[in-house]
Design a protein. Structure first.
Length: 265
């Protein structure tokens, strides 16, 4: 019997983390060497934010460099992990009756997915599909999709959701002081305090994150926060939920990472 795989939410931050060696990238590398080797990966990235839900269903997904103004070395990197049309079809079946488009040509792996997974599995030899985030749905709906995807964890699939708990580029301290804004710290603490909340999904505090005094300032748009709800949705209510990485970049970008399920080692 396959041991239950964890689910991860990884704070991905700047695309430059791909080229850098820092505490965050070392965490991703460590996860790749200490977690059980997955049969396949389901990635959920803040950077595939769509109307409706889609899943990559091609044999050879392309590497998408969805950023600008960075060194050429970053654009030269490819992450040629194989796709998995079979896993894509299984995702469609698990999420039914939610309609999910099998994307066979438009997307691929964006930097929110390959940018962290390349540190975990640099050989790009694990089949992978990416699920989009429906921009038209409320947070509770995304949490519920995580519940439906939880079965994948029992079938050797590692779910990797990628975003940032706080993500306000307009407030970013690009030059000089890197100290976190008090509001970003306060929102970070609020998230940590509610990772293991038990109760009806519609009442989950993190599904009502905009009710927090710093919610809207920490997330002027939802796409970087919502991936966390997919990971938390896979929780069975009993297993550990652990903060495995913390930090703040540019004062307003939370790099918190969370693991749902048993810690390795």
């Amino acid at each position: 019997m396959t041991a239950r795989m964890p689910a991860l939410f990884l704070g991905h931050g700047s695309p430059m983390n791909v080229l850098e060696d820092n505490a965050f990238t070392r965490l991703w590398q460590q996860l790749g060497t200490t977690l059980p080797r997955p049969r396949a990966i389901l990635a959920i990235s803040a950077h595939w934010y769509t109307r409706g839900t889609g899943v990559t269903a091609m044999e050879t997904p392309k590497t998408i460099h969805d950023f600008g103004g960075f060194p050429q070395a970053l654009f030269d990197i490819q992450y040629p992990a194989p796709g998995s049309p079979a896993l894509a079809q299984l995702v469609v079946e698990l999420l039914d009756p939610v309609p999910v488009t099998l994307d066979k040509e438009a997307w691929g792996f964006d930097h929110g997915s390959w940018g962290v997974i390349i540190k975990m599995y640099p050989d790009a030899d694990i089949p992978m599909v990416q699920l989009s985030i429906d921009s038209t749905k409320p947070p509770q709906w995304h949490l519920a999709l995580g519940r439906k995807l939880a079965q994948l964890r029992d079938e050797g699939v590692l779910i990797i959701a990628s975003g940032n708990v706080a993500h306000n580029l307009r407030a970013a301290r690009w030059h000089g002081e890197d100290a976190p804004y008090p509001w970003a710290d306060a929102f970070n603490d609020f998230v940590k305090e509610n990772l293991r909340w038990q109760g009806p999904d519609e009442q989950h505090p993190l599904a009502h994150y905009l009710d927090h005094s710093a919610g809207a300032l920490s997330n002027p748009s939802a796409e970087h926060f919502l991936p966390l709800l997919y990971a938390l949705g896979t929780w069975d209510g009993k297993e550990p939920v652990s903060v495995i990485g913390e930090g703040m970049q540019l004062g307003s970008i939370s790099m918190m990472s969370v693991q749902v399920g048993a810690l390795a080692g």
